[in-house]
Design a protein around this ligand. Structure first.
Ligand SMILES: C[S@@+](CC[C@H](N)C(=O)[O-])C[C@H]1O[C@@H](n2cnc3c(N)ncnc32)[C@H](O)[C@@H]1O
Length: 447
């Protein structure tokens, strides 16, 4: 079904809200204030809302620019939902989305301006991704999922990638037998490509097909689960890594405030911030928001390879203490390596879910948390609040779960002191936020 709609406020996921006969329609590929001809993608008459894709712009927003990545348009691959919008305007739009999520989900009024990372203006929002994950097409080409579908489309260019990834020529290579490709380009020049296969692969021919990739000088690792022996019980089998060339990790170098330059090992698919400028930028702002003093008892929750842990331990000093909690065993091994003989407070590294590893009641002065997109959730928020840190620095890549969790923190006797946001995913619908919360002297009655 096709129709013409007037486009209203931005919504999550890079869509905007329009209405048709009172029903909400989330439209992709449109901008606020535009009139567009759309195709309704799922016209279920009983559905509360519909989704639609822009076919033609009838009245154009002044913020519309020529699409920087037409392959990723409304009908193309996901991952660049705002590639047709002026960069500064897209930051304002993301700020509006954050404010709206806090108003709707947390019943809190916040004020925020989304800040650009250094260098993104000059690159018009391109060339920033240092980590990318791809699907593989049936004929072995590098691909990505089409928006709102499971179709894998071949990719011809990687405009969001840093040059160190774009120059590998991955879109011209073949990854026969593989189901996925992950690539990381580090700040020290390391490049690591992980090629994932289904159980029982790769074959000798699959491995031979990777010769052009190995010739680039990048580290190349194959990952696959071993075939399940006939009759064996279904149980979780970890994927095995085979290093074909180079190393199974990259080294990242970050300028940390007050600490200086530090190296971080990040192994295989371990988490690292994806924007080339994000590690130093976030480390700087988190240190400021956390405001750790010598002697403080600090927690770094969902700490990954320790990007924030090193600076927090330095600030707490030898009289302080840090508890660092991370669920992924590979990341914990990297964290332990990265702490090395770091100065400052002793770090108590705890592996496991944050919910089960937090210290006891009233044992913290400062907590930093940086959970995955799903956020921390009510139970973890309550447990953190029970530790009664005076300051909480909450880093998030999802404004909806962040707003929800800030409501929970408010219910536990914390107030928002500041919300900052950074455009660490330019031309996409994503945005990174940092909220500073302070404990109230006279909290509302605990529930
Ligand atoms: C967004 S990353 C942040 C990592 C780190 N702060 C950084 O900036 O590099 C989230 C981390 O939380 C870990 N994680 C996810 N769920 C977890 C849980 N329930 N408990 C502990 N760690 C978890 C992931 O393995 C990942 O390393």
């Amino acid at each position: 079904m096709e129709m013409t709609l007037d486009i209203g406020a931005p919504a999550a996921g890079g869509t905007c809200v329009a209405r048709h006969d009172g029903r909400v329609v989330f439209v992709s590929g449109a901008l606020p204030g535009e009139r567009v001809r759309v195709r309704i993608d799922d016209a279920d008459p009983s559905a509360k809302f519909w989704r639609a894709s822009t076919l033609e712009v009838v009245r154009q927003s002044p913020d519309r620019v020529p699409d920087r990545w037409p392959e990723a348009g409304p009908d193309g691959v996901g991952g660049a939902e705002l590639a047709h919008m002026d960069l500064a305007a897209s930051r304002r739009l993301k700020g509006d989305v954050i404010v709206e999520q806090f108003r709707r989900l947390a019943h809190l009024d916040v004020d925020v301006e989304v800040e650009a990372a250094d260098g993104d203006g000059a690159r018009d929002g391109l060339g920033w991704r240092t980590r990318m994950q791809f699907a593989v097409t049936p004929d072995g080409r590098l691909g990505a999922m089409a928006a709102r579908s499971h179709d894998v489309r071949p990719l011809n260019a990687l405009p969001l990638a840093v040059p160190a990834i774009a120059d590998l020529g991955l879109t011209d290579m073949r990854f026969g037998g593989a189901v996925g490709v992950e690539v990381a380009a580090s700040s020290t020049g390391d490049r690591l490509v992980i090629v994932r296969y289904p159980a029982g692969r790769p074959s000798a021919a699959d491995t031979r097909a990777l010769k052009p990739l190995i010739a680039t000088g990048a580290s190349v690792v194959q990952m696959a689960k071993p075939p399940r022996p006939a009759g064996a019980k279904r149980k979780k089998m970890p994927a095995r890594a085979t290093v074909l060339s180079g190393a199974d990790h990259v080294t990242e170098r970050v300028e940390l405030p007050d600490v200086g330059t530090r190296d971080f090992r990040v192994t295989l698919g371990g988490f690292w911030q994806v924007h080339r400028a994000a590690p130093a930028l976030l480390a700087r702002h988190v240190a400021r928001a956390a405001g750790v003093r010598p002697g403080d008892r600090v927690a770094d929750l969902y700490c990954g390879a320790g990007l924030f842990t090193v600076g927090l331990a330095h600030a707490a000093g030898p009289d302080g203490s840090v508890v660092a909690i991370e669920g992924d065993s590979g990341a914990v091994a990297d964290l332990t390596h990265n702490l090395g003989d770091a100065d400052g407070a002793p770090v108590d590294v705890r592996r496991g879910p944050v919910a089960g590893k937090l210290p006891g009641e009233k044992t913290l002065d400062v907590a930093v948390l940086d959970p995955p997109r799903a956020g921390a959730g009510r139970d973890v928020v309550r447990r953190i609040a029970a530790c009664r840190p005076r300051t909480i620095a909450y880093v998030s890549c999802d404004p909806a779960t962040l707003a929800r969790d800030c409501r929970y923190f408010a219910d536990e006797g914390y107030r928002i002191e500041q919300v900052r946001a950074f455009d660490l995913f330019p031309l996409t619908a994503h945005v990174e936020s940092l909220v500073t919360l302070r404990v109230l002297a006279n909290p509302p009655e605990m529930r």
